[in-house]
Design a binder for this molecule. Structure first.
Ligand code: ISL
Ligand code: CA
Length: 580
């Protein structure tokens, strides 16, 4: 049915001259790609805790989301990705799940979820939810049982080891500071937790674990959700020998943890058991997977996942935990490598923000008063015209910025608090340096509440205190103002999403970087048969020239973030799209 719909759609598009499909021997392919809804979709991520509070307790909730669906739909996006909404004690804001079949009490009830999903569908959008199954909460009933005794039926749901020479079984570090092994006095054994102590890792080598996971996936799919974003999915298969990591491996232990011996086998089994029976979208958070390894996870013939998030671009300005200045040619090299490594059977994603990273305009644009609006629109232009399904994080569409953190008490994130204890309180890093770095890197930058209007707490909550402070710039940057202003980042994004929908070249076109070494201008083409577009982006606050290869005649400007656009000189942070 769906296949027939898509084939029909392509036939219409070909008839209207929208795509170059007629040139393909297989009429179902567009420029070699098999067309699907999730390749054409634009995704908007909602972090429920920070989106909209409906009952004044200071915590965003599902009813709040439902009340703002017209705002989301107004952008023209197709898919909402909801960060975890399951029952959780919130050691890591819902990424520690206590019950996969229950809605987090703070977020509402299952009835609220059903209403939200129905309202999303009514607006012809889809919903993907977060699948967090590398680990559970230590309060999950499986773990409560597991830790009781060595012969408990749930013991093997997790990874338990006896001490080695009186110490941890090996030197694996946790992402949230300290060892990845936690001693549990009840049985005098350690359990493995790659993340917080309250996030024990599941043992995927146990078939009962896998079958429980497939069961809960079906539970949500049968409710009507349209797929999953899969949290740290490359970590599910462990080398159960647990050899010590070498000093080299310790420098980037995420890579050492990823891509375990049975990862592909388990993903194929999951696909067979679950995904193959539904029309769904899957996107893996591919911590530790290189571009070269990516086709093995997303190649269509592999029957694993549809696409993954690769972190090369989003972590360009990071050296370990430390912020570092990034350079445009390095970003271009990454996108060119994406185009080279990911063949036409391996779909890609494009994103520069999420709930684990700072605000996109502060991170990759210029959040000064002068250039915030222009650079926010420039980044939107890039994300919507590069190759792959684009993902936006709530607030990006408003050009929301990083928060002016001053002291440790301003943060909520467990990663920040644990590292503070491990590194600042032990005297390894001076407090001022630690906070200064966090201002640029902290995950809490993107977790501050959505800025809806100019009333108290930006209209996020009617209560006195939101769970995390609102950015004081909400009086200037908020949704109500932007909806009114035709020149706002929100309105620009809506225009561009519409243009993308009408322009198959932005989805299925080939990508070519025209000026890889240029330090301030990013200039590339997207080509689909006889349709060709040129995108020029000035990633600096200085005017910059661009040129086109000999013989290429510049066509008309389809869109510019500056309104009128003429000549071959770009203003600071100017973005233009030309059509040939
Ligand atoms: O954000 C990070 C560090 O600042 C990453 O190392 C992050 O922990 C990693 O990308 C995995 O992220 C995912 O799993 C975590 C959770 O805390 C993140 O929010 C989630 O996106 C554990 O579930
Ligand atoms: Ca609430």
């Amino acid at each position: 049915m769906v296949k027939r719909l898509i084939a029909g759609l392509v036939a219409v598009m070909v008839a209207c001259g929208m795509v170059a499909g007629a040139q393909d021997t297989d009429a179902k392919l567009v420029n070699g790609y098999r067309p699907t809804w999730w390749k054409e979709a634009v995704v908007y991520q909602i972090y429920p805790r920070s989106f909209k509070d409906s009952n004044g307790d200071g915590i965003g909730d599902l009813k709040g989301i439902t009340s703002k669906l017209d705002y989301v739909k107004g952008l023209g996006v197709d898919v909402i990705w909801l960060s975890p909404h399951f029952d959780s004690p919130n050691a890591d804001n819902g990424y520690d799940i206590r019950d996969y079949r229950k809605v987090m009490t703070e977020f509402g009830t299952m009835a609220d979820f059903d209403t939200m999903l129905a309202e999303i569908k009514k607006r012809h959008m889809r919903l993907i939810i977060d699948l967090v199954v590398n680990h559970t909460s230590d309060e999950h009933k499986w773990f409560v049982e597991s830790r009781k005794s060595k012969d408990n039926p749930y013991r093997d749901f997790y990874i338990w080891r006896s001490p080695k020479d009186g110490k941890e079984p090996n030197n694996d570090p946790s992402f949230f500071s300290g060892s990845a092994w936690q001693m549990d006095k009840v049985t005098d054994q350690y359990y493995l937790h790659y993340f917080a102590v309250k996030q024990p890792d599941l043992n995927w080598d146990n078939p009962k674990v896998r079958s429980e996971v497939y069961g809960l996936m079906k539970f949500w799919l049968d409710k009507g959700v349209d797929g999953f974003r899969m949290d740290v999915i490359p970590l599910i298969s462990k080398n159960q020998e647990f050899p010590d990591l070498t000093p080299e491996q310790l420098r980037n232990y995420g890579n050492a943890y990823a891509n375990g011996p049975h990862m592909h086998e388990y993903l194929q089994e999951m696909n067979r058991e679950v995904m193959s029976n539904y029309d769904v979208m899957t996107v893996g958070e591919a911590l530790g997977i290189s571009l070269e390894q990516t086709p093995l996870m997303v190649g269509e013939q592999r029957k694993e996942l549809n696409m993954i998030f690769n972190f090369d671009a989003i972590r360009l300005n990071r050296q370990g935990a430390q912020w570092k200045q990034w350079a445009l040619p390095d970003m271009k090299a990454i996108y060119t490598k994406h185009a080279e490594e990911l063949d036409k059977q391996s779909w890609d994603t494009v994103f520069l923000s999420n709930h684990d990273n700072p605000r996109v305009v502060s991170n990759f644009g210029d959040d000064s008063d002068q250039y915030r609006v222009a650079s926010s629109k420039l980044l939107t232009t890039m994300l919507l015209t590069l190759r792959g399904t684009p993902f936006f994080y709530q607030g990006d569409e408003l050009g929301m910025t990083n928060y002016p953190f001053e002291k440790i008490g301003d943060f909520d994130d467990i990663e920040v608090k644990n590292a503070y204890k491990a590194q600042v309180l032990t005297g390894h890093i001076p407090e001022a340096d630690y906070i200064a770095n966090l201002r640029r890197t902290s995950r809490d930058n993107s977790r501050t509440p959505m800025q809806w209007d100019t009333t108290a707490n930006a209209g996020f909550t009617t209560g006195a205190k939101p769970w995390l402070a609102v950015n004081p710039n909400y009086t200037k940057i908020n949704a109500t103002e932007e909806l009114k202003d035709p020149a706002s980042p929100y309105r620009y994004m809506a225009t561009l999403v519409k243009l993308r929908r009408e322009t198959p070249a932005f989805v299925y076109g080939d990508y070519k970087d025209l000026d890889p070494a240029n330090k301030s201008v990013f200039e590339y083409t997207r080509t689909l048969g006889s349709e060709r577009y040129l995108v020029v982006l000035n990633f600096s606050d200085k005017a910059a020239e661009f040129s086109v290869p000999e013989g290429m005649k510049l066509g008309k400007v389809v869109l510019s973030n500056e309104g009128e656009a003429e000549g071959m000189t770009l203003k600071g942070w100017e973005a233009r799209i030309y059509r040939f």
